[in-house]
Design a protein around this ligand. Structure first.
Ligand code: HEC
Length: 175
């Protein structure tokens, strides 16, 4: 590798690190957040899963089985904003929850995952619609590729055919 290439490479790597590091540090995993909320993954300090008391009707969670001791949290992110949600999750110091979570606080990673989950709920995204969207995109891509392929083929035919005919019938000159 030449010196210049080395410099370019180092700069590029540094730039990538600089831009990706804060994003990596901040972003929780919404799917993990959902699993924690529902209880399929346990909180590491032993707190109860939120779904025991809260529904998220907008996400089709808990509303049918009647988890309605605490308020529905569909609009949580919209109401509180990201900072508000972060603040609430830090200690969950509401009367009814304090008894559980003051002794069994959520870890920072768990809080970040829950924030990401509440954010995705407010955007109406679910794992399922995410998958459906991916499928749609894939289908649309295939559709357009086929379309472009067909159009391209016809255009090619349009150019090729007269040439072939001209050669075949001995009329080499261009009209
Ligand atoms: C034991 C039942 C219970 C559990 C478990 C529970 N909550 Fe609550 N939560 C409540 C109640 C009840 C309220 C209403 C405020 C009050 O009475 O203290 C509430 C309020 C809230 C609020 C404020 C809602 C608003 O609109 O102001 C948030 C946010 C919240 N809970 C999040 C959570 C999260 C996240 C979890 C899981 C880590 C959780 N809760 C677990 C019972 C619970």
């Amino acid at each position: 590798m030449t010196r210049r290439a080395m410099h370019c490479f180092t700069l590029l790597a540094a730039g990538l690190l600089l831009f990706s590091a804060p994003a990596l540090a901040q972003s929780g995993d919404p799917l993990r957040g959902e699993a924690l909320f529902v209880g399929t993954i346990s909180f590491s300090n032993g707190g109860a899963p939120c779904l025991a008391c809260h529904a998220i009707a907008g996400h089709e969670l808990g509303y049918a089985s009647g988890a309605s001791y605490g308020p529905d949290l569909t609009a949580l992110f919209a109401d509180y904003g990201e900072e508000g949600v972060v603040g609430v999750l830090e200690d969950l110091s509401f009367e009814s929850m304090n008894a559980i979570y003051s002794e069994r606080p959520l870890t920072e990673a768990e809080q970040a995952d829950l924030v990401a989950f509440f954010s995705s709920v407010s955007q109406g995204e679910t794992a399922h619609t995410g998958l459906a969207l991916a499928l749609h995109t894939a289908m649309a891509t295939v559709f357009f590729l086929v379309l472009i392929g067909l159009l391209g083929w016809r255009r090619l035919q349009g150019v090729r055919k007269p040439l072939v005919e001209r050669t075949r019938y001995g009329k080499g000159e261009i009209a």
